[in-house]
Design a protein around this ligand. Structure first.
Ligand code: DX5
Ligand code: ZN
Length: 225
């Protein structure tokens, strides 16, 4: 049986002033999650919105909110995002200088009553995540350098996804594999074949004239294989 792939459109590249109507469209079109890209201008050059705008987003939708923290000090803000209704909070591996501190951070986030994810930039060796995998509900594989939408999918990401998929079956872990960056109707199927469960989509969905159809295509329906 084909597994159900989840589609998580990102708030990037939608301008903040248009987010309200965009989120409504996404919800009506059957998006599974809303991927909230939070950038602080330090971990990545761009800045997006903060927890106060996030709180408004929470009030506007029933979709699960998947918070991707591209911020240099994630533990400073995780409590606010949990309090304002995040369902998943994902922090970056690169923000931590040692494994014990990272595992403590992941456990602290879990204790806030949300699911916890770890994200990894394209140039960080994927094997560095191996002993973190028992502590997470989700791994967010960046398939572009984080910071902006509209970049091209890095093909090297496929073997990184397969590595995680292999570890998951070898050790019986339950984390989801989410892929973020450059996902489109053409490459979605190879990404899911490699082992992805959740596809983030920024510009592909934002530019789409028929979001419902694009979501179906990303899921591998509508003739796209
Ligand atoms: C990239 C962000 C992504 C991005 C996705 O730094 O984390 O969520 O906006 O956009 P596309 O799908 O256009 O690469
Ligand atoms: Zn993201």
């Amino acid at each position: 049986m084909q597994k159900n792939i989840l589609i998580a459109p990102s708030t990037e590249p939608c301008p903040i002033r248009k987010l309200g109507s965009y989120i409504k469209k996404l919800e009506d079109a059957g998006a599974d999650w809303l991927h909230c890209d939070i950038m602080d201008g330090k971990f990545v050059p761009s800045r997006t919105y903060d927890e106060l705008i996030f709180a408004i987003i929470r009030k506007s939708t029933m979709m699960p909110l998947d918070v991707h923290l591209m911020v240099s000090d994630p533990m400073r803000v995780v409590r606010s995002y949990a309090k304002y209704g995040a369902n998943i909070i994902t922090i970056h591996f690169e923000c931590f200088d040692n494994k014990v501190r990272l595992i403590n951070a992941l456990q602290e986030i879990k204790q806030l009553g949300v699911s916890v994810g770890i994200s990894i930039k394209p140039k960080t060796p994927i094997v560095l995540l191996d002993n973190i995998l028992p502590y997470v509900d989700l791994v967010l594989v960046m398939s572009v350098e984080p910071g902006k939408s509209g970049q091209e999918f890095m093909k090297e990401s496929l073997s990184r996804i397969s590595h995680l998929n292999k570890k998951r079956s070898e050790f019986g872990y339950n984390f989801l594999i989410e892929v973020d960056g450059g996902v489109n109707e053409v490459n979605a199927s190879i990404i899911t074949v490699a082992g992805a469960d959740v596809l983030v989509s920024g510009s592909t969905i934002y530019k789409s004239e028929n979001i419902g159809k694009t979501i179906e295509a990303l899921k591998g329906k509508n003739g796209y294989k």
